[in-house]
Structures are given as structure tokens and as C-alpha cells.
Design a protein around this ligand. Structure first.
Ligand code: SDX
Length: 429
């Protein structure tokens, strides 16, 4: 990949830095030998100008607002594919044939139940625990239930762990929800598709028949697809870092869930809906826009802005269309929260501050409105993001394990602490 070099002149020495060329996106300066040759580190807090790995999975162009999974634009996948097919694409790199899809669907379906002992494990949590807290604990505990798929050096075990995680995360997320509302767990039904199964496990009760609304299942499936992967974001980088030291796949995914929970990351969908509710009415929007612009006020417009997108997040565009469809279907098109969201987006996008700082709605801005309209509490928004992103985390983890250049992740630092000094006895201080 290196057909060009950059020259660095430092301390009277010249260094050739290979330039690596991508399929798409910016060139990459290969600095792997820089410390060894020039005895210098590079400084990049947040790694926002750093390529941490070579990947073939997802491409993002933040300036154009483009997102591709294995080269396929997200808009096309959201419109024409389904989440389980997207899982196959992310894991294996190509769209499946009909036979491959049938086999993959059958393998996932046969792993949707969790070990019965996990039901007891859940009972150790308080009923009012946040479902994300429960998910971090239960997914991490999967390594205590599924020993036969924890050896990262065994390709078959890696494959089984991937299928188990994709299959069981919806079951665990639904169990976390049922546990939090004091209702009995609902077992997965193998005759339902992935999204319908999740809705059934969330909303059906033993006391009466529950029919999944196919349009809502389609909308939920689209939400899963839109959240499936997103290049080297914070939680994916967490999974890769944990995986780089050989941690088992369940521990790595639990680490990813813990990271995703942060309000600046996957927790933003919950925070965004709570913000829209706090704003309450359109006439209060200017007050909150002013708060968002006020540097002395820590308030940020949740669901707005992105580390990479300096244009519309293409997922937000699809999500907005879906919000209109779902709320019209449910007869709540005049939902006050949706009205506030649409007016807030309109006002913000015309405001000089947001234009100058290139702040646009992101994936979290509309997702919460759809999920709330479906009857899910805000505490379930990030668990749904986590179960959707599990396939992306697993695909990135598998790619890293299979990368011959994979090393233990170990960033260095710019040390500005005390120089060496000797201990001073207490009496002498
Ligand atoms: C996700 O990385 C991924 O790919 C993540 C994700 C994925 O799929 O994995 O896309 C999922 O995490 C989406 C983001 C969800 N977070 C939120 O919606 C929380 C609200 N957004 C902000 O916290 C913020 O936009 C971040 C954290 C997302 C990005 O922050 P940055 O990196 O500081 O953004 P920036 O450098 O573009 O900010 C430029 C300026 C800064 O002000 P100045 O220092 O220039 O004065 O804009 C300000 C920021 O303070 N700013 C905001 C703002 N977001 C950035 N001001 C008000 N409201 C906001 N939302």
C-alpha cells in the first residue's frame, strides 16, 4: 500500500515516512517506525487524526455524509436489505446467496435462547437497575456460561461466539426490560424474524395473545441496520483494544456496551429524548439553542454534532423518514416531541453557530422518537443501540484477530509531570 513517502526533517536528520493509499478516504502516514528511528512520539488526544488499524468493513466520509458497509451505501441497505442480511455482510464481506442466508438465519435462530441459569443471574440485580447496567453484567457473564466459545485462537469457537452474541443480545436486552418492569421473561420464538422476535419478547405477556405489527417490526429492523457498525468509534475501539490482549469475545463485547453507555456516545439517544421532553414546546427552543451556544454552559444539544460527520449523518436522514412513517402509522403524527424535534432541527440548521461549527443531527436525534412511539422507555434506547452494534463490534473484533499486523494496543503519552525527585521523610516535609 506504500507507493509514496513523506519527508520529515527533525533534529538535523531526514526521515522517510511511507504514505499508505486507501481504497477511499485520506492517505495515511505510516509512523510505525518513527519512535524507533527518531525517538519521538506523535500527539493526538482522542486519536481523531490517527488510523488505528487497516479495515475493509465500514467507510465513512464525514464531509460528504457518506456511510458504506462493505462498500454498500447505508441508504440502499436500509431500504432494500434486512438486519440479518447486513449481519452476514458485515461478518463475511459479501451479500449472501439465498442458500447462505437460509443457513445463517437457521444458525442464528438456533442460538436465541440463553442458558436457563441466566434467569437466576438476572435475579441478583435490583429491579430498578438501568437495563444497560444489567446488559454489561449479563453479557460479561456469558463467558461464565459459554466456556466452549471463549478460545480466541480457535476459529470455530470465534464463529460460535459471534453467532451466540448476535442471537442472544436481543433476548438479553428484552430480559433486561422485562425484569425492570416486573414482568416474566418471554422466550424467543423461532418462527418470528429477528426484529419481530425482539418486539414479541419485549411486549408479549402470558396473559394474552400478542401480534407483532409488521410495519413496526420493519421500522425496528431498519433501526438495527442503521446502528450496525460505524468504523472505529469509541466503543468499537474499546472492543478492539480489549481484543488485542486476547480477552474473550464476551468480555470484549461487554466492554463495548459499557463504553457505548456514555451520553456523548450511544447514551445520546436517551439523553436526546429527555432533552426534547424538557424543552417541551416549540416556543422554548430559542432558550435551549442559546444554552447550547453558551460556552459557560455545559449543555449540549443532544443528538447534534459528530466527531466525524461535518454534514448530515446519513443515518439521521433515514431515521427522520422512518419517524414520520411510524408516527403516522400509530396515529401520533402530531406527537409534540416530534414537532419540537423538527422545529429544533430547522432552527438549529439556520443558526450561524451550528452552521459555522458544522453541527447536524446525528443518528441519535430521531431514533428515540420512534422507539418511544413504539412504547419503549428511554432506558431501553441505548440497549437497542448496543444489540444493533454487537454485529459491528464482532466483525471488527474478528478482523483484528485475523490481522497479521495486530499488536497489543498500547498508546504512549506526553509526560509533563515532575522530574525525578527523592523521597522526603514525613518529619522533614
Ligand atoms: C454517536 O463516533 C461515532 O461514530 C459515534 C456514533 C456511532 O455510530 O458509533 O456515531 C454514535 O456517538 C453519535 C454522537 C452522539 N452524541 C451526541 O449527540 C451528544 C451531543 N454531541 C456532542 O457531545 C458532540 O457533538 C460530540 C461528542 C458527538 C462530538 O464532539 P466534538 O468532537 O467536540 O465535536 P466537534 O469537535 O465537531 O465540536 C465543534 C464545536 C465545539 O465547540 P468549540 O470547541 O469549537 O468552541 O462544536 C461544539 C463543540 O463544543 N459542539 C456542540 C455540540 N457538539 C459539538 N455545541 C452544542 N451542542 C452540540 N451538540
Amino acid at each position: 500500500m506504500a507507493d509514496k513517502t513523506a519527508k520529515l526533517h527533525l533534529n538535523g536528520q531526514d526521515y522517510d515516512l511511507p504514505i499508505l493509499s486507501p481504497t477511499k478516504g485520506p492517505d495515511v502516514l505510516d509512523i510505525r517506525k518513527l519512535y524507533g528511528q527518531a525517538d519521538v512520539f506523535t500527539y493526538d488526544p482522542g486519536f481523531t487524526s490517527t488510523a488505528s488499524c487497516v479495515s475493509t468493513i465500514t467507510f465513512i466520509d464525514g464531509d460528504k455524509g457518506e456511510l458504506w458497509y462493505r462498500g454498500y451505501p447505508i441508504e440502499q441497505l436500509a431500504a432494500k436489505s434486512c438486519y440479518l442480511e447486513v449481519c452476514y455482510l458485515l461478518l463475511y464481506g459479501e451479500l449472501p446467496t439465498e442458500a447462505q442466508m437460509d443457513d445463517f438465519r437457521a444458525r442464528v435462530t438456533r442460538h436465541t435462547m440463553v442458558h436457563e441459569q441466566m434467569h437466576n443471574f438476572f435475579r441478583g440485580f435490583r429491579r430498578d437497575a438501568h437495563p444497560m447496567a444489567t446488559m454489561v453484567g449479563v453479557v460479561g457473564a456469558m463467558s461464565a456460561f459459554y466456556h466452549d466459545s471463549t478460545d480466541v485462537n480457535d476459529e470455530w469457537q470465534r464463529e460460535v461466539a459471534a453467532i451466540r452474541l448476535i442471537a442472544k443480545l436481543p433476548t438479553i436486552a428484552a430480559m433486561a426490560y422485562k425484569y425492570s418492569i416486573g414482568q416474566p421473561f418471554v422466550y424467543p420464538q423461532n418462527d418470528l424474524d429477528y426484529a419481530s422476535n425482539f418486539l414479541n419478547m419485549c411486549f408479549s405477556v402470558p396473559a394474552e395473545k400478542y401480534e407483532v405489527n409488521p410495519a413496526l417490526a420493519r421500522a425496528m429492523d431498519r433501526i438495527f441496520t442503521l446502528h450496525a457498525d460505524h468504523e472505529q468509534n469509541a466503543s468499537t475501539s474499546t472492543v478492539r483494544l480489549a481484543g488485542s490482549v486476547g480477552a474473550n469475545p464476551f468480555a470484549c463485547i461487554a466492554a463495548g456496551i459499557a463504553c457505548l453507555w456514555g451520553p456523548a456516545h450511544g447514551g445520546a439517544n436517551q439523553a436526546c429524548l429527555e432533552m426534547l421532553r424538557e424543552i417541551g414546546t416549540v416556543d422554548r427552543i430559542p432558550e435551549y439553542i442559546a444554552k447550547a451556544k453558551d460556552k459557560s454552559d455545559p449543555f449540549k444539544l443532544m443528538g447534534f454534532g459528530h466527531r466525524v460527520y461535518k454534514n448530515f449523518d446519513p443515518r439521521a436522514t433515514v431515521m427522520k423518514e422512518s419517524a414520520d412513517e411510524v408516527l403516522d402509522l400509530l396515529g401520533v403524527g402530531d406527537n409534540p416531541t416530534l414537532q419540537v424535534a423538527k422545529e429544533l432541527e430547522k432552527i438549529a440548521l439556520e443558526d450561524e453557530y451550528f452552521i459555522e461549527k458544522k453541527l447536524y443531527p446525528n443518528v441519535d436525534f430521531y431514533s428515540g422518537i420512534i422507539l418511544e412511539a413504539m412504547g419503549l422507555p428511554t432506558s431501553m434506547f441505548t440497549p437497542i443501540f448496543a444489540l444493533s452494534r454487537t454485529v459491528g463490534w464482532i466483525a471488527q473484533w474478528k478482523e483484528m484477530i485475523g490481522d497479521p499486523q495486530n499488536k497489543i494496543g498500547r498508546p504512549r503519552q506526553l509526560y509533563v509531570g515532575s522530574d525525578r525527585r527523592d523521597y522526603v521523610d514525613l518529619k522533614a516535609r
